[in-house]
Design a protein around this ligand. Sequence first.
Ligand SMILES: N[C@@H](CCC(=O)N[C@@H](CS)C(=O)NCC(=O)O)C(=O)O
Length: 214
Amino acid sequence: MKLYNMNLSNFATKCRIAIYDKGINVEMAPVPGGDSHSPEYLKINPFGKVPALEADGVTIAESEVINEYLEEKFPTPPLLPKSPEARARVRIMTRFHDLYLEPPIRALFPQMNPKTRDNNVVNEKLTEINNRLDQLDKMLPDSGFACGDFTLADCALAPTMFFAVNLLGMFGAKPPLEGRAKLTKWWTHVQTRPSVKKGLGEMTEALAAMRGGR
Ligand SMILES: N[C@@H](CCC(=O)N[C@@H](CS)C(=O)NCC(=O)O)C(=O)O
């Protein structure tokens, strides 16, 4: 199996964490043509998005579809609980992440440069992010992982929280953990998981390389 991957991509890291946690042997491949919109890569994933997984004769796009596929194909150790209700809770978290928490954070990426920044967009997105972080804080348990045992919910949330913690400060946002006790506890706890430590370590290195222009 081959994952088309970029170490700084939060969506690719979501899949790498699941792969590391399950101990699956997957080749990590750079995006052909060096860009997710290169003609070579668009042949592999017409959406022009990273990651994509080549597995058993099919190419699978979309990080959550990839993670659900990996869960079905390699059920041990499980990253989804057994009961339909508990599985639904995990999927609510992953959808909350994909549809509501991550997009306003991503919308700030084109606003990094203070010289070209649109402050109206920044303020609007920061308000949305703060609302979403408050919602996440309410959804999380008092301790432990996001939904009991370590699950696909933690795989999804951790790489995006990495961005929140490391990037929001440059927009003058209040620290994302401030006043959010459950989120703070979860963030400390989730980073003790070896698969998360490895995935976020790779993001840290990639971010440092980007900042250093390497
Ligand atoms: N819904 C997709 C989102 C993937 C995504 O947005 N990936 C980013 C990298 S983190 C990307 O490929 N961006 C390039 C683009 O949108 O043009 C997923 O879950 O895989």
